[in-house]
Design a protein around this ligand. Structure first.
Ligand code: ZN
Length: 229
């Protein structure tokens, strides 16, 4: 096995962050604190994936498994290539603007997408997540080599709250509208602004029954005099 060692610089101290949103309409949007944004549309990336999907289905029907495997690895190579380009450009943008990179926490995307796309097959979902995970990994290692800090932000409502006033607005495809401050903008851009400006203060609106929280309360009552068991 070949082992390669290289010097990795310490992550810089940065005051500002580029927020990255991996929306449904675009593969990725990165926006700067001053509002400027870079969209990676790759125009036809969705068409490419749809084309592969169609071919996969017909190959499955015809039970041409070898050709199916070849097609799948071709699709992976295409996506890997695209992910390399996006991550490289994003890290370069961060270097040029002296910003860190903030990404939305992936575990959260997984959950909400699951709820949203119940009809989607497991295989299709796995392909989507594989694509996201790979992009995230590329961003992490390229940023590390460039000394750019990367943070993951738990942001369940980044695409639902207004990036200008914080109110919950309405989203219709890629249009976002806020009734409170009358803002209208591209929803993915707004989400990336929210991610970049995250202060660690937003609280989740979803209250979940959390066993670890319940355990704490049991322990606390124990500490206050009630013996545990
Ligand atoms: Zn607003």
């Amino acid at each position: 096995m070949l082992s390669v060692s290289m010097d990795v610089p310490d992550a810089k101290n940065v005051n500002q962050w580029i927020g990255v949103d991996r929306g449904q309409n675009h593969l990725s949007v990165a926006s700067l604190p001053d509002g400027r944004a870079k969209f990676w549309t790759f125009g036809n990336i969705r068409q490419i994936r749809r084309k592969y999907q169609k071919q996969r289905k017909s190959l499955q029907k015809q039970k041409k498994l070898k050709t199916l495997k070849r097609l799948e690895s071709k699709e992976r190579r295409t996506i890997t290539h695209v992910n390399h380009i996006i991550s490289k450009e994003l890290v370069q943008l961060a270097v040029d603007c002296n910003c860190g990179i903030r990404l939305e926490d992936l575990s959260n995307i997984r959950k909400t997408s699951k709820q949203r796309k119940k009809t989607k097959s497991d295989a299709a979902q796995n392909r989507d997540f594989w694509c996201y995970y790979q992009l995230e990994n590329f961003i992490f290692y390229k940023a590390k080599l460039a000394g750019i800090p990367v943070e993951k932000v738990p942001a369940p409502y980044t695409s639902k709250s207004c990036c200008k006033c914080g109110a919950i607005g309405s989203r219709n495809k890629h249009h976002f509208a806020c009734k409170r401050c009358d803002s209208k903008y591209h929803a993915d851009w707004g989400a990336s602004q929210n991610i970049g400006k995250w202060l660690g203060l937003n609280c989740s609106l979803v209250l979940e029954k959390d066993t670890s929280v319940m355990d704490v309360s049991v322990q606390e009552s124990g500490a206050h005099g009630t013996p545990l068991n």
